[in-house]
Design a protein around this ligand. Structure first.
Ligand code: PXG
Length: 442
């Protein structure tokens, strides 16, 4: 099948691909057929370095035996169990394991199947929580420009990427957005967190003044914005958001779908930045990308508010057929074992200096107008080609793929987020390929 698809245009036709220029792709397809460790294998048999951990999710690298076998064992033992008014041991084990590594008193976990579902779940919980406490007027949700919170109607409403919103109607009412924190003028070529920009959190005070705190349920941000092109939070910014939320009784949600599970060093961005939110949304690295799974972790006070009233009453009218799916739980438990036994959450920190030097060595190459990095993430921003935004970065992406490296592009930003098992040799190889691509695309 893969060979057919690779060579026969008709074999590609039936699939409508997500977030993809379908016709462009189908005229020059890029098919992956196998993966192991730091590498993918393409349909034409080439090994390419995975510079993106799949799509920010394969943090422990590909084809990990322990995870594969856990999923194989589980599918043979019990393929599925209904999650409503029924349970299976693995989902309880997994929730317990997660609360042991989550920061602060984020000690209850609700399962979904993707980041998008986790986000919509968290937003609904925030609204329901305020209502239960007699503050049902708190219905506004505040996101941030350039934020990405998946593709559900809740997620695109609080999200701030115009192209993901503009064709889909009025979206959720009562949503407002903070300004994004990106500024080439102040922060270009910063290593790690920029000094400039903490004051942008004060915009939340303006939003509060405009709408009144009594109407605002929650603020949701990615602690480090990934999908929009790697925006590193300025020093002090998240701390200020936390303080302003506390002052006004607003819940703070960190969307850690990308930053969770070691990407920035430490288990979660909340730890790296020393800011504990009221809820954390998770997905991706939770199962190392092997089986779809999302989750929302909530602080004790939120969970406990729901656990009142008659014991026979359903506390939250929300859930998915596949919440806590046995295969996803098996994958996640094995993934957590791998992260722990290989100390992978610490690895982003131990590799950070080397990674930082390597990516900043791209400074000065044609059209590179910014390099930014944190943990095992980097964004390389290119000057857009006049009249053709995104075209230059797309060509870099294609050139890299053809010459041995998978990168991700969004607009004119090349984003890198390799598996946390990356070694110096892979970094050197990846940077050679990328540098060559930047030179040749021009
Ligand atoms: N929140 C964040 C912060 C994400 O990065 C989602 C939610 C949604 O997750 P699901 O599992 O529903 O896709 C994401 C997803 C990119 C890219 O180009 C990143 C994502 C999705 C698509 C593209 O970096 N992240």
């Amino acid at each position: 099948m893969s060979e057919t698809a690779a060579t026969n245009r008709d074999a590609l036709e039936a699939l409508w691909m997500p977030f993809t220029a379908n016709r462009q792709f189908k005229s020059n397809p890029r098919l992956l057929v196998a993966a192991e460790g730091m590498h993918y294998v393409t349909a034409d048999g080439r090994r390419i370095i995975d510079g993106t951990a799949g799509l920010w999710c394969v943090n422990a690298g590909h084809g990990r035996r322990r995870i594969v076998e856990a999923v194989q064992d589980q599918v043979a033992r019990m393929d599925y169990a209904p999650p409503f008014q029924m349970g299976h041991p693995l989902e309880f084990d997994l929730a317990t394991r997660l609360t042991a590594i989550l920061p602060g008193d984020l000690d209850h976990v609700f399962f979904a199947n993707s980041g998008s579902e986790a986000v919509d779940t968290a937003l609904k919980m925030a609204l329901a929580w305020h209502r239960l406490r007699g503050e049902g007027g708190r219905t506004r949700l505040i996101g941030r420009e350039r934020g990405y919170h998946g593709v559900g109607f809740g997620g695109i409403s609080v999200g701030g990427i115009g192209s993901n919103r503009r064709t889909f109607g009025p979206l959720l009412p009562g949503v407002d957005h903070l300004p994004h924190t990106h500024s080439l003028e102040h922060n270009a070529f910063t290593r790690g967190q920029p000094e400039w920009g903490a004051h942008l959190a004060d915009e939340l005070e303006r939003v509060v003044a405009l709408h009144d705190a009594s109407t605002i349920a929650a603020v949701i941000v990615e602690p480090m914005a990934g999908s929009t092109g790697v925006l590193i939070p300025p020093k002090g910014y998240l701390e200020r958001l936390r303080a302003i939320c506390d002052k006004h009784g607003i819940l703070l949600i960190f969307d850690e779908v990308i930053t969770g599970f070691g990407r920035l060093g430490g288990g979660f961005a909340a730890e790296r930045f020393g800011v504990v939110p009221d809820m954390i949304t998770l997905a991706k690295g939770l199962t190392n990308g092997t089986v779809p799974m999302g989750a929302v972790a909530v602080r004790r006070k939120i969970h406990d508010t729901f656990m009142q009233g008659p014991e026979s009453a359903v506390e939250l009218f929300h859930g998915y057929t596949y919440s806590g799916h046995p295969l996803a739980c098996a994958a996640a438990l094995a993934t957590l074992d791998v992260y722990r036994d290989e100390s992978l959450f610490e690895r982003a920190l131990t590799m950070e200096a080397e990674w930082q030097e390597a990516v900043h060595a791209l400074t000065g190459l044609p059209n590179v107008i910014d390099v930014r990095n944190l943990g095992l993430v980097a964004g390389i921003e290119l000057a857009p080609r006049p009249g053709a935004p995104g075209a230059r970065a797309y060509e870099v992406f294609v050139r890299c793929f053809e010459t041995g490296l998978l990168v991700r592009v969004t607009g004119d930003v090349v984003a890198l987020s390799p598996p946390l098992i990356i070694e110096k040799g892979h970094i050197d190889q990846a940077m050679d390929v990328l540098a060559q691509a930047l030179r040749s695309v021009g």
